[in-house]
Structures are given as C-alpha cells and as structure tokens.
Design a protein around this ligand. Structure first.
Ligand SMILES: [Zn+2]
Length: 455
C-alpha cells in the first residue's frame, strides 16, 4: 500500500486525516478558563506507522498555537503548523509498524471550524461549552488524525472552574479539587473516532436514571429539572428496547443525555453521550423521536462507524428507522405508517440524490436519513422478521468498535438472510429514482408494530 499524501484520507473531508499512521491512544490534558475561553492542552498520541514514511500530518486548528512538539520512538527533524495541518518531519524514514509517541502542547481560544456543511467543533455557550464535532470539528480542540476510520482509546483530563460540571466520553474515573478548580478524568476504553470525542461544560446537575440495563445519567441545569424529567421519562425503556433490537449496549461507561441551558438548532450524538438543547425538553414527538434517534447512534455510528462519510446512510438510516420502531411503543404511529408517510413525502421531492454516495454537501440532507431508513425497512420486508433481526444484531456484534462500508452491510445482509439483496440495494442506494414502497406481504411486521414482542 502506498498513500498519496496529496489525496484526502476521505474524499468528503479534504485536508483531514492521514492514512500513513494510526493513533492507538489519545491522552488529552486540558485546562480551560470559561470566562476567557482560553484552552491550554497537552495531547499525547501513541501512534503506529502504517507505511514507510519520513513525515506524518496531524489535524489541528490554526486558532491553537503549538507551544512544543516532542516525539519518543523517532527523531524529529522539525514540525510546521500551516492552516489546519501540523506536519512532523523525521530525520529518517520510519518503517511500517514503527511505534512512536507524539506529545503536542497547545494554547489558544478554540472556536468552531468552518466546513462544507457549516461549522463544527468547540463552541462557547452562554455559560459553558458544547463540543459537537461531526464531521470535521475535532481539530478545533485537539491534535488528531481526523479520519473516522482511525479509532483509538481516549483519556480526557479537564481542569475547569469548580462551579461547573464537565462531561466527556466514557467513564468518570477520577474527580479531584485543585484550589478553586476541579480536575475531571474520563476514560473511553472502547475505540472511538475523533469526531465523536467531546467535552460538555455547564452549571449542571447529574442524576442517575433507574431501571436501565446500563448506567444512564441525565445531565442538565437545575432550572430545567422538571421539564427534563418529563421529556426523558422513557430513557431507560428506550435503552432496553434498543438492547433488544440491536444487541448489548456497546460502551461500559454507560450513556448520558446532556441538556444545555441554551436552545440548540439540532441535538448531536457523541460516543457514550448525546447533547440536546433546552428546546427539546418536552413530550412532543419531535423531542421524543430525537431522544430515541441520538441513543440509537450509540450502536449505529459510534460502535459501528462508516469508514467513509459517503456511507453515512448507515448511521442516519438506522437512527431514523429507530424513531419509527420506537413510535408504537410510545403510543404513536406504527413503524409501517411512518415508513409509508415518509415514502410519500420523498415521492414529492426531487429525486436527484444518490443516498449511498450523496456528496459532501448533501451528506446531512434529510433524504439521506429518510430514504436510508426506508432502505432498512425494505430489507426487513424483503427478508422477513427472523432473518432481519438476526442480521441486524449479528452485524453490530461482528463490527462493533470497527469501521464498515455499505458493501460490508450488503454482503452481511445477503449472507445471513440467504437471499441476494444486490438489486434492492441498487434501487434504494445507488439509483436516484425512488423505488416503490415496500409493503409487507401479510402480517409480517404486525407483531413489532403492536409492540407485542419487541426484540
Ligand atoms: Zn443522526
């Protein structure tokens, strides 16, 4: 294998990621001042060289000044930080398989990074911080190999004013006072893509949710406590339903729903948590479907991650389909009614998008979500209940903590179901025209919709 460093690691994210190495572990030590939005960081990256090379690139926003770079395991000739790339040049070529540890100290005032679909990354709230990096915002706050295919374990240590609660990925392993500050340490042991790394800071209270099969916490401002209780009343039941549908919850650190004091345009998933705006603290379907949607991403997107952004329908199709699965359990429309409803709406929209390769500008187009979900529905109708749930669960079990492609899912679905589904995937994912609605022949999915035996 030889990588052309002028070619992007992912065509949808030019200027991000480097295929010549992989990060095994990130150790991020951050000191953050809320009032000034000043972030000092020390990032230690344990890396493995994948192909012989005399240089590697890290992604790091220009707003963060590099104070020092050191490298153990190789002799560093020099480093240059231009734009969003931190290039390390070594005194001689490193062989494939070489292990190096890079430590980068940075300082600056982080802000969201601009990308094709908008801004993403570290962002100040009225009184706190949200980090929502999908898809290109990770370099806004730490040096990384910013490609979704490069998963690593993380330790995040964040020092912040003691009046604030800090939430990050994984399990809280230590919290200690240091003068007027608190030092929070989180460990995310299961592999994680850089875009899913997050820090959430606010004047929050943390409450445990009883009755879920894994530890579930709700984090938010005290003023919203009653509204949050009402909005998230089904959180434990949702976790249980999804464990039934998709298999064991993937992360030992459990799950946290973080509600910000601010309204947010959209909620967003991170690994082991999701962030919701204050505007979603209600019982309406718009809030409930999104609470289910973000939780579903723990399996679809976080545990099982698309190797390339062109396959994002795998994340969003399953997360959206989970909304339709949850609906009848919440007393709403049946799954098939939602599928039919959204098929009819799609039929009225322009049919000029290839859902299996929508292009970077349209990767978050709502048609990717809805038609992605309809693709899942079409597979279910085509193969029948038992094979469908078997293939869904085995796909997660076989690929969790790894990255996948659409081809992987197609091959898996066809193999487990024992039928050739290539025509179905061609029609739904690789042709612009909307295929006819997939109606179940008989009562194929009635049991699910009635919520009789949710698996
Ligand atoms: Zn989503």
């Amino acid at each position: 294998m030889w990588t052309d460093p002028t070619q992007p690691a992912d065509p949808y994210m030019p200027g991000h990621g480097d295929d010549r190495y992989a990060v095994q572990a990130y150790d991020l030590d951050l000191d953050y001042a809320i009032a000034s939005n000043h972030l000092s960081g020390r990032a230690t990256l344990r890396c493995r060289i994948l192909e012989a090379t005399a240089s590697i690139d890290l992604d790091l926003a220009g707003t963060l000044r590099v104070m020092s770079v050191t490298c153990a395991g190789a002799s560093l000739r020099r480093h240059t930080h231009r734009g969003q790339r931190l290039t390390l040049r070594f005194t001689k070529e490193l062989p494939a398989g070489a292990e190096i540890t890079v430590t980068v100290a940075t300082r600056g005032t982080p802000r969201p990074l601009a990308g094709i679909g908008g801004t993403a990354g570290w962002e100040e709230l009225d009184d706190g911080v949200i980090v929502a990096s999908q898809p290109h915002g990770a370099p806004s706050w730490f040096p990384c190999n910013d490609r979704a295919s490069d998963k690593a374990s993380y330790r995040l240590t964040i020092t912040c004013d003691a009046a604030y609660t800090v939430i990050a990925n994984g399990a809280l392993t230590r919290r200690r006072k240091a003068g007027r500050k608190t030092v929070w340490t989180y460990e995310q042991l299961e592999p994680m893509a850089p875009y899913l790394a997050t820090v959430q800071i606010g004047r929050y209270e943390t409450r445990e949710v009883a009755g879920a099969p894994v530890p579930v916490r709700i984090v938010g401002p005290a003023r919203l406590r009653r509204a949050i209780d009402v909005a998230f009343a089904d959180q434990a039941a949702m976790v249980a339903a999804m464990v039934d549908w998709f298999g064991p919850y993937p992360f030992a650190g459990g799950y946290a729903a973080v509600v910000t004091d601010d309204d947010l345009e959209i909620p967003l998933e991170s690994q082991t948590l999701a962030t919701f705006g204050a505007n979603l603290t209600h019982r309406g379907w718009e809030a409930q479907r999104l609470i289910a949607h973000e939780l579903a991403h723990q399996w679809w997107g976080n545990a099982v991650t698309a190797r390339q952004w062109s396959d994002i329908w795998i994340h969003e199709g399953f997360a959206c389909y989970t909304e339709w699965l949850w609906s009848p359990l919440a007393g709403g429309r049946s799954t098939e009614e939602w599928a039919r409803h959204h098929w009819a709406r799609l039929a009225e929209l322009p049919q000029d998008l290839i859902v299996g390769a929508p292009g970077a500008a349209d990767m978050f187009d709502d048609r990717v979500y809805k038609r992605g979900a309809l693709t899942v529905h079409a597979v279910r109708v085509a193969v029948g209940e038992e094979p469908f749930w078997a293939l869904v669960r085995s796909f997660v079990a076989e690929h969790r903590y790894a990255v996948v492609s659409t081809a992987d899912f197609e091959a898996h679905a066809s193999r487990v179901a024992g039928v050739d589904l290539s025509g179905l995937f061609d029609a739904w994912l690789r042709s612009p025209a909307l295929p006819p609605f997939s109606s179940p022949a008989t009562s194929l999915i009635r049991g699910k919709n009635a919520g009789e035996s949710v698996r």
